[in-house]
Design a protein around this ligand. Structure first.
Ligand SMILES: N[C@@H](CCC(=O)N[C@@H](CS)C(=O)NCC(=O)O)C(=O)O
Length: 214
């Protein structure tokens, strides 16, 4: 069976995982420890996930993995992209990941199962000028910066199971980002956004992070 090596918090890994769920393709999901440099380096020459392995061949890069799996049999990502979706994703990214990283750093993800694995993440991702603890204390900024972006997204969603009406790479990018949003507790998801993220979670078999949201 093919294997996908991931970190559970990693949005690029969510993208790669999605295509297996959308196409009902069985695979092993292996979570690497965040400070395990040797395993990914032996596979693809650098410390980076996701990595897809089949028959002893290793492949990095989330969207290359998605394309490879979608090309097996009948493709499912047949719809066109819309620039408005890419624009929303890009406008949202910095506010989202400012809130996401401090929460991921304290969440019970298996890639942080050891003290040194969690410490590695903190060392590499925390900005000393804006400590994670300060961001976590300021829930008002989290909600005020993210809720208006979620409200805007509502108008872009054209069907409950596909942002553009037919599944496309925009759904890969959008669900991965909404998966990251779901680690922030207390956000408001308007009707179409809520239905979309729940539908995609079910279709891909990837749980949202609401249950561990911080
Ligand atoms: N372009 C790559 C980016 C993957 C990526 O940035 N992965 C992050 C985790 S979210 C990573 O492995 N970074 C190295 C690290 O965390 O040490 C892709 O799309 O797969």
């Amino acid at each position: 069976m093919p294997t996908l090596y991931v970190y559970e918090h990693c949005p690029f890994c969510i993208k790669a995982r999605m295509i297996f769920g959308l196409k009902n393709i069985p695979f092993h999901l292996v979570t690497l420890l965040n400070d395990d440099v040797d395993t990914p380096t032996a596979m693809v020459g650098r410390k980076m996930v996701p990595i897809f392995e089949r028959d002893g061949q290793y492949m990095p890069e989330s969207l290359d993995i998605v394309a490879r799996i979608d090309a097996d049999g009948t493709p499912v990502l047949t719809g066109a992209r819309r620039p408005e979706v890419a624009q929303w994703l890009s406008r949202t990214g910095s506010a989202l990941y400012r809130q996401f990283l401090p929460r991921a750093a304290v969440a019970p993800f298996p890639e942080f199962a050891t003290t040194s694995a969690r410490a590695y993440f903190l060392t590499n991702k925390e900005n000393p000028d804006l400590p994670f603890s300060a961001i976590l204390k300021d829930r008002k900024t989290a909600l005020d910066s993210l809720n208006p972006l979620l409200a805007e997204l509502d108008a872009l969603i054209q069907a409950p199971d596909a942002v553009n009406g037919t599944l496309s790479y925009d759904d890969i990018d959008l669900f991965a980002q909404l998966h990251s949003f779901s680690i922030v507790r207390g956000l408001t998801y308007t009707g179409k956004v809520e239905t979309y993220r729940q539908t995609l979670s079910k279709r891909t078999g990837i749980p949202l992070l609401d249950a561990i949201a911080i």
